[in-house]
Design a protein around this ligand. Structure first.
Ligand SMILES: C[S@@+](CC[C@H](N)C(=O)[O-])C[C@H]1O[C@@H](n2cnc3c(N)ncnc32)[C@H](O)[C@@H]1O
Length: 253
């Protein structure tokens, strides 16, 4: 099985951020179900607003890669962006379609592999992708596709995982050290035990190289609720430098 078939299989079962502990007993894709998904998302990841700056994109052509349950896509639609979205799964496309419809919005949503985007060159002002690229078999190929579909001067905004982070370290303690396999690398435990198989996490230097074709790339680490989990009173001392998320913003020449 190719890696992206396995990735698709994993995310078809449940779009990101819609687990039972988040949605409770609310009927699937009901107004309350979506409200729970949205509330949990922005409580856990408030830095999404800092990165995405949704209201900046009114009237602009947006492509979101990996729409998931459609929370951020809805924010862009509300802000007046001209919305297009892709995801590897039917589950995410249908969930996002219903999420937007519930609030009276629409988008051009397509199931597609972002390693081969179904759009012509220089189509978009913004490509946005939160927590997606590192799941794919060929992240560099997605970044090349993002570069192709952006117009000159267009922006990429997104998030990718950081390897030298507390989330990765805690996963290593559990899956390597306590499992009696201390020689396993951080990359190996993230690949096998973080969400879909094949997940990757990077250093800022690696990301800078991957976005080398862009005019400028700002790569900013952010400590997340997932880094602070289980740290009790020490949680508030976690520095952003050890955070699980890299916010990325890059402009095409
Ligand atoms: C962790 S979820 C993130 C979803 C959403 N952006 C969010 O933040 O909730 C990863 C999503 O990326 C999608 N995905 C993974 N690889 C992809 C690819 N090659 N092309 C398009 N979508 C992909 C998955 O189907 C899944 O919906």
């Amino acid at each position: 099985m190719s890696l992206n078939v396995a990735v698709r299989h994993y995310w078809e079962k449940e779009p990101c951020g819609t687990s039972d502990f988040i949605v409770g007993r609310t009927p699937v894709r009901s107004r309350d179900w979506f409200a729970n998904v949205e509330q949990h998302r922005y409580q856990e990841e408030p830095h999404i607003f800092t990165a995405a700056q949704f209201t900046r994109w009114a009237g602009k052509a947006l492509l979101e890669i990996g729409v998931g349950a459609g929370c951020d896509h809805l924010q862009f639609a509300r802000a007046g962006a001209i919305c297009h979205g892709v995801d590897l799964t039917d589950a995410a496309i249908e969930t996002t379609r219903q999420h937007l419809a519930l609030h009276g919005h629409r988008s051009d949503l397509r199931r597609a592999d972002a390693e081969d985007l179904p759009f012509s060159a220089t189509s978009f002002d913004l490509v946005y992708s939160w927590g997606v690229i590192h799941h794919s078999a060929k992240p560099e190929q997605i970044i090349a596709e993002i570069h192709r579909v952006l117009r000159p001067g267009g922006s990429f905004v997104g998030m990718m995982y950081s390897r030298l982070s507390l989330v990765a370290a805690k996963l290593w303690v559990r899956r390597a050290l306590l499992a009696g396999r201390p020689l396993r690398s951080l990359a190996d435990v993230v690949w096998h035990h973080m969400e879909s198989v094949g997940t990757k996490a990077y250093t800022s230097g690696e990301l800078r190289e991957m976005f080398g074709a862009f005019e400028s790339a700002q790569i900013t680490p952010v400590a997340t609720a997932y880094d602070r989990k289980w740290l009790g009173p020490l949680a508030r001392f976690v520095p952003d430098a050890l955070g699980w998320n890299f916010m990325i913003s890059a402009v095409k020449r």
